[in-house]
Design a protein around this ligand. Sequence first.
Ligand SMILES: C[S@@+](CC[C@H](N)C(=O)[O-])C[C@H]1O[C@@H](n2cnc3c(N)ncnc32)[C@H](O)[C@@H]1O
Length: 252
Amino acid sequence: MTKEIEKWWNEVSKSYQEDSKIRTKSAHYGPYAPDENKLKLLGNVKGKKILEIGCGGGQCSIAFAKQGAKCIGLDLSKEQLKHAEELAKKEKVSVKFLKHDIQTLKGIKSKNYDIVFSAFALQYIPDLTKCFREVNRVLKKGGIFVFSFDHPFYSTLSTETFKIIHNYNKSGKIEETETWPDGSKHKFVAYMRKFSDIFDSVLKANLVIEKIIEPFDKKTEKAWKKGNWKETYPPRLVEMIGPTIIFKTKKK
Ligand SMILES: C[S@@+](CC[C@H](N)C(=O)[O-])C[C@H]1O[C@@H](n2cnc3c(N)ncnc32)[C@H](O)[C@@H]1O
């Protein structure tokens, strides 16, 4: 399963980076969500040790490093990590990027991080509880874990008809095969979750929920309003239900 996800992200990385044009001024949370400089969920990150899980092209870790944090970014995809390395070099900041499956944080030191951060990556993890328990293990006492992903209600809807096409009651794996303009076929795999599934995983990992945000910010990144993303996030639909959900949790 992870192999399929890794393959997808290696194949799609170049176009994802070109289409999304994620900036490095602030960490972002996802489509139509305000960024961290506006939400201030993490506080001042200067001198803080941050672990980003599912760092993709590295923009969030780079933003934290620019603000004085010591960052490690983990991702499964070598293409995403290549983008991250090159971007960090271009922006003249030091971030350690590692190829690592975030289903377990084996090899990552326990009780060592002030913050664990994840933007739009956890929908690719089959066992969220296992991953969250690992997050708890690597966090210092009182450490913060902030993560975002697709809003579970948004994921049930057709972006063409706005009708429910995925059964909300049936959480689990979804598979779709895309045919690209050159005729090649590519398999997309992700996991749909009910709101209560996410809540349960947080509780089972012994983390405390401090805040849940379901944002809709019209003034977000211009890139989400253009090109390919316009089909995934049609303006009329996102105005009724924002596509991103953000959780702020804390280690006891
Ligand atoms: C939508 S991208 C988000 C990346 C980045 N956080 C951003 O906001 O652009 C999802 C990322 O999760 C990574 N990913 C998926 N499954 C993973 C796993 N099991 N371990 C590590 N990374 C994973 C993918 O390689 C991809 O880079």
